[in-house]
Ligand binder design. Sequence first.
Ligand code: XIL
Length: 351
Amino acid sequence: MQVESQSLKKTFQNNFFIGAAINEVQIDEQDPMANALLKKEFNSITTENNLKWMYIEPLPNEFNFDKSDKYVNLGEKNNMHIVGHTLVWHSQIAEYMNEIKDSTTMAKAMESHIKTVVNRYKDRIHSWDVVNEALKEDGSLRESIFYSVLGEEYIERAFKLAAKIDPKVELSYNDYNLCKPSKREGAVKLVKRLKKNGAKIDAIGIQAHWKLNYPSLDEIEKTILAFSNLGIKVMFTELDVSVLPNPWELFGAGVEQDFKKFEGDPKMNPYPTKLPDSIQVQLAKRYEDIFNLFLKYQNKISRVTFWGITDKQTWLNDWPIKGRTNYPLLFDRKYQKKEAYSSVIKLKIQN
Ligand code: XIL
């Protein structure tokens, strides 16, 4: 295949959608190099932020659809599979929601949010992350504002509402660390419960904010099987591979650290100017292994979305420690293909 005509979306066109999360600058088409890559390489998009509650309904029943309209238009213009992220999430929520303490008001607020947003993009957004991050690490339900006020039934209610408004749209539950056995089991139970109670759930969104050596391929494989055995599609919705030291690993999980104290600490930001070749090779190998597994289960996996286009704008430069230089994606800060890009493409060309 000619190198110039090569692309991720063409290479994997018979396997799964290849998506990217896009930020506001890209929605506004103010980052021409990124937008060119988006068009050439990807056939699906997710909003990195602009469909979240705090942006879309910042005040009760006052909706702001400027950016999300532009987003959906951009996807349609480029013939893309358009993802809506996300309807019900405790984080990046409008402030007034945190103050609601009675169940009638909370149920109404959730209902009106889902109705208005899903209805606006009916037949245009193809897939909704209906509920995001409802589980704790041990697999039990997180005590979010929705859970605290409405109880566990809020999840089922959200799915049923979305399905009622747009019966054809794909509906998913999305979360991180789903390859961790305890959390995976919690999510499996959740999906089973939803199905048993008559809610429509089509897919699981495995965020896939991963590391060079975590999670293991074995756990990823078990996760693909656990969810596909439930009869739902498996999607990797926020893929990136961090190469930087992880404060939780260094200082213990569960410790509520204030990571501000690590800002500017060179030990936590070891590659401020360039990724050493040895790590570049490890990253390429990691992506190769991951995609090899994805291809093995291509009939169960419907979408693989990267959380960003290039290393220049990845959220991992600022999370969980601000101001670092991370290298988690397939394109570098100069919008060039990295070794990891070739290692992924090669899997198909050789076969
Ligand atoms: C992140 C965005 O990438 C950041 O720009 C924002 O500041 C915080 O949220 N899980 C999710 C995503 O479901 O919505 C998060 O996105 C990353 C973790």
